[in-house]
Design a binder for this molecule. Structure first.
Ligand code: ACO
Length: 321
């Protein structure tokens, strides 16, 4: 029995903020941001929330494949920016789309969240416990950014992406690799969850994302190609057999370095970061949806996915589309 991605959807907030817009409110420039990261603009939430964007992405994924909400057995949302501690975003999505039969929960694996969710769903589908899963990566990162720290806030955006995943007789997921390095977790952190009891005062800067950009870069350009290589080999394929590499959209330089290490032309790495920025767990499913709607994904194509980031965590998958 295979596990196939049968439909995709995504949702970005209506408000677009360009690099020039940011340069009006902080000491930065389009030249600095675009030359170092490839990012030109991002969408930032005003009235949208992590749940509302998840619901819209889910509806579009369901419409894309023509399943009904009643057919969904499982909903998993990967997010670090759910609107509430409880109920989970996935529970709110279940109610909003009317998928009343589905078991629903959130997971936190930062920028690898969608990929971890996909692997959890795959495990459920392969045991036969469930047949149809809705997997979502969704973030409102703008609410956990320090907007006075130009070194981080210019990199990130808001949005959600979703995929309907189904157990199927045809092959889909060919191989998966996942890993965690908790020892290096502090290089990309948002401690938030302060203790506000009468005995403790937590500094407010812990509420925001802090990053050692160069350490994150080193982690990504070594771990991601290694994980992709391992997954491609486990799928019984060579790097040259992969039609597209749909990777977490952290930074154009990371994507270029991964392409170089794998000796793959850069045009096999589709990009959404130019107009979305880095949307953590939502990056991979938004990119996949854009590829799907542009008609890039043809039956039989081999697609490699990879997510990497906070935790530190990483995960790769190879699919036959
Ligand atoms: N605009 C203008 N100048 C800036 C900005 C900005 N937005 N941000 C920082 N600078 C300045 C700094 O103050 C510094 O100035 P100084 O030399 O006078 O002190 C200078 O630019 C260089 O700062 P660095 O932080 O050293 O910049 P670096 O060249 O390392 O680039 C970047 C930063 C792009 C984040 C880089 O480290 C990188 O590519 N990291 C990879 C990790 C990444 O992209 N993380 C994203 C999220 S993590 C994830 O999703 C996995």
């Amino acid at each position: 029995m295979g596990t196939r991605i049968i439909g995709t959807g995504s949702c970005l907030p209506k408000t677009v903020v360009t690099n020039d817009d940011l340069a009006k409110i902080m000491d930065t420039s389009d030249e600095w941001i675009s030359s170092r990261t490839g990012i030109r603009e991002r969408h930032l939430a005003k009235e949208e929330t992590t749940t509302s964007m998840s619901v819209e992405a889910a509806r579009r994924a369901i419409e894309n494949v023509g399943v009904t909400a009643q057919e969904i057995d499982l909903i998993i949302v990967g997010t670090v920016s759910a609107d509430h501690v409880t109920p989970a975003c996935a529970c709110e999505v279940q109610a909003e789309i009317g998928a009343y039969r589905a078991v629903a929960f959130d997971i936190n694996a930062a920028c690898s969240g969608f990929m971890f969710a996909l692997n959890i769903a795959n495990a459920y589908l392969q045991t036969g416990a469930y047949r149809t899963a809705l997997i979502i990566g969704a973030e409102t990162l703008s609410k956990i950014m320090d907007w006075s720290d130009r070194s981080t806030c210019v990199l990130f955006g808001d949005g959600a992406g979703a995929a309907v995943v189904r157990a199927d007789e045809r092959e889909g997921l060919l191989a998966f690799d996942q890993g965690t390095d908790g020892v290096k977790g502090r290089v990309l952190a948002c401690q938030n969850r302060s203790n506000n009891n009468p005995l403790v005062k937590t500094p407010t800067e812990l509420q925001y994302v802090h990053m050692d950009g160069q350490e994150v870069y080193r982690f990504a350009v070594t771990q991601v190609p290694a994980s992709l290589q391992k997954t491609i080999e486990a799928a019984g394929l060579a790097v040259g057999d992969i039609d597209y590499f749909a990777l977490h959209q952290a930074n154009l330089r990371i994507l270029q370095a991964v392409a170089k290490r794998l000796k793959v032309p850069e045009d096999r790495f589709p990009i959404s970061l130019d107009h979305c920025g880095n949307i953590s767990a939502a990056s991979v499913p938004i990119l996949l949806d854009e590829m799907n709607r542009k008609g890039l994904l043809k039956p039989g194509m081999k697609i490699a996915l990879s997510g990497f980031g906070g935790g530190l965590t990483w995960a790769s998958a190879v699919f036959q589309w």
